[in-house]
Design a protein around this ligand. Structure first.
Ligand code: ATP
Ligand code: MG
Length: 189
């Protein structure tokens, strides 16, 4: 006999994991993005994100049941992300969150499609797509003290992506730590 259902349900509810899918920059691209943060910081204030954690969120899942998290981690290596390009060419600000970000002036159709396809797939797991439009960005500074982003961005950064990663975001005192738990299957190789 297995454990009583009530216990199983209880255990399931006990543990959730905060997950998101992201594009993860190569180390040279991350270094360039860190340069953008450095360039903006004197005027904007705030705190720069660590270079090795810079990313572009494709889908924020929020807390999911650990059983579903395991399922997604197992399924992700079988997923393909259609490769594409995004040019980061501007600074932007999310005022409410007091964030300075780098992003494209316009969302490339291929990236929008990747976002939409991903959410369509995730909805098959019972996850609900966001009602907000997709705003691709890389968070550079948090707790900014200046409202307007710098008018001039450094030289544009061309990002060629061919995979996405599934990341667990673990809350710790003093911030979150990210752990890459799976990545999609690259097209070649
Ligand atoms: P913390 O919230 O603990 O300060 P964090 O924002 O880095 O740290 P998460 O909140 O887990 O960590 O977010 C992970 C990623 O998902 C970040 O890129 C964040 O901007 C993005 N994100 C968080 N919440 C949402 C949301 N509601 N919609 C879209 N993206 C989100
Ligand atoms: Mg957050």
């Amino acid at each position: 006999m297995g454990p009583p259902l009530a216990d199983a349900t209880y255990n399931q509810r006990m543990s959730t994991i905060r997950l998101f899918y992201a594009l993860w920059p190569s180390p040279p691209l991350a270094a360039s993005l860190a340069g953008w943060a450095e360039a903006a910081k004197p005027a904007m204030g705030g705190r720069a994100m660590r270079t090795e954690t810079l990313h572009l969120t494709l889908a924020f899942l929020g807390p999911v049941d650990s059983a579903l998290a395991d399922e997604l981690a197992a399924a992700t290596p079988e997923r393909r992300l259609t490769p594409g390009d995004v040019r980061l060419d501007r600074f932007g600000v999310f005022h409410r969150q007091r964030i300075l970000w780098a992003g494209p002036a316009e969302t490339p159709p291929g990236l929008q499609q990747a976002h939409d396809d991903l959410w369509q797939w995730l909805s098959g797991y019972g996850l609900t797509p966001p009602t907000q439009p997709f705003r691709p960005h890389v968070t550079l500074l948090r707790n900014i003290t200046h409202a307007a982003p710098p008018a001039d961005a450094p030289a544009p950064l061309d990002w060629h992506y061919d995979r996405m990663v599934l990341v667990a975001s673990e809350s710790l005192t003093g911030g979150s730590r990210y752990r890459i738990v799976a990545q999609s299957r690259p097209l070649v190789g």
